[in-house]
Design a protein around this ligand. Structure first.
Ligand SMILES: Cc1cc2nc3c(=O)[nH]c(=O)nc-3n(C[C@H](O)[C@H](O)[C@H](O)COP(=O)(O)OP(=O)(O)OC[C@H]3O[C@@H](n4cnc5c(N)ncnc54)[C@H](O)[C@@H]3O)c2cc1C
Length: 372
């Protein structure tokens, strides 16, 4: 009897989620080719904090966590004026690392598992069944679009969803040669702007500034947080600034025919919860399952479930961000009631189900906000 050749998958985009999808598909015995116009290690504007469940995924994908580097973090600290709220993860740790470090590790792992990596090749069109690339036409049994926030594949496939939110949000990040002063990711809040501070190495700290409305440059954004600005004043700058935005990109659906969208290409609302990579890794695994089963509708269903809570949380935080008095009350409540903050963080990292907050916890949180 003749053996059937393994099904072939073409992945457009060799960022972290395209590579993770490739690794997950190889684990299921499929043949995988990744194309990307850039060459590794690929950098990108990112807060660079991988949440604990994302770190778990890296381990499951076979990335060697003992040698990967970066810096561990144990929770989140919110700073808003005089209010400081902090919560630690119930289990495990997050990992802060330069995007180039993460990318290098995933490229190495993908190559080890037998993913064919074609750098310097760009997708320039999609016919519905084939991808036109800068190196000729490419066909496959399945096509995965992992080409990021501004995904052209999503547009060519007619899956582009609602574009901008009411508020235009953009981000810019910079690294400083300064040892992390805490094992928490810090989020500094002000009106229309936040700064996300992530330890990324023994001697290096990343700062991402996110702003609403007209894009603030890094300096203008940082100036909103004098204490942070003072701390970084004498620290040498260790990278070139990178920007991203506008954020908030949605897809109508995440599959059509033999094409599926994954990672930011499938939809990305905002960096306000410090998530993206962990969620993308969950999606990569769900997509690999669906392709192996030969039914992308399974992925559509899994995707809706996966994003329901993170997208709801982003919407809630963006509401608070748009209403400074609400935001201040929320942070004050979390500062006064660290147990509630810890419970909310455990739900965010998927260590506990949403119902674990309970009616009592929800009432306590809402009452706190009203009285703050
Ligand atoms: C300011 C900011 C801060 C963030 N902070 C965090 C954080 O702290 N933690 C976190 O988990 N997430 C964070 N995120 C989100 C995170 O960066 C993304 O979710 C993640 O990068 C998504 O990975 P991806 O592989 O889907 O897309 P990308 O990383 O964007 O990769 C897409 C790839 O597709 C390639 N590509 C593009 N066009 C084509 C084409 N035509 N043909 C072939 N290839 C193409 C690109 O070259 C790129 O390599 C942040 C995002 C922003 C903007």
């Amino acid at each position: 009897m003749m053996n059937r050749a393994p099904e072939r998958v073409l992945i457009v985009g060799g960022g972290p989620i395209g590579l993770a999808t490739g690794i997950a598909l190889r684990a299921r015995g499929l043949s995988v080719r990744v194309i990307d116009p850039r060459t590794p290690p690929i950098d990108k504007a990112c807060g660079e904090g991988i949440m604990p469940d994302g770190v778990g995924w890296l381990g499951r994908f076979g990335v060697d966590l003992t040698t990967i580097g970066g810096a561990r973090f144990r929770g989140i600290r919110y700073l808003d004026g005089d209010d400081v709220a902090e919560a630690r993860f119930p289990e495990g740790h997050g990992l802060g690392m330069r995007r180039t470090t993460l990318h290098r590790a995933l490229v190495e792992r993908a190559a080890d598992t037998g993913v064919q990596l074609d750098w310097g090749v760009r997708a320039v069109g999609f016919t519905g069944s084939e991808v036109e690339t800068s190196a000729g036409c490419a066909s496959a049994d399945w096509i995965v679009a992992a080409d990021g926030l501004g995904s052209r594949m999503r547009r060519w496939a007619g899956l582009e969803g609602a574009r901008a939110s009411r508020q235009r949000r953009t981000g810019v990040r910079r690294h400083f040669r300064i040892a992390p002063w805490t094992d928490l990711v810090e989020v500094y809040w002000s009106d229309d702007c936040e700064a996300y501070v992530t330890p990324v190495g023994a001697e290096e700290t990343g700062v991402a500034v996110l702003s609403s409305g007209s894009a603030l440059g890094f300096e203008a954004g940082l100036a909103r947080f004098p204490a942070l600005e003072r701390r970084l004043l004498s620290a040498p700058v260790a990278s070139t600034d990178r920007g991203a935005g506008p954020l908030w990109r949605k897809s109508l659906r995440v599959q059509t025919g033999k094409l599926a969208l994954v990672g930011d290409a499938a939809g990305y609302l905002d960096a306000i919860t410090g998530e993206g990579l962990a969620l993308g890794f969950h999606e990569a695994d769900a997509l690999a399952d669906a392709i192996a089963a030969g039914d992308l509708r399974l992925y559509e269903r899994a995707f809706r479930k996966l994003v329901a809570l993170p997208f709801a949380l982003i919407r809630l935080l963006l509401f608070a961000e748009r209403h400074p008095s609400v935001r201040r009350r929320v942070v004050r409540t979390l500062a006064r009631d660290p147990e509630i903050f810890a419970r909310l963080l455990a739900i965010h990292t998927r260590d506990r189900p949403p119902r674990s907050l309970g009616v009592g916890g929800t009432l306590r949180f809402v009452r706190g906000i009203v009285r703050a």
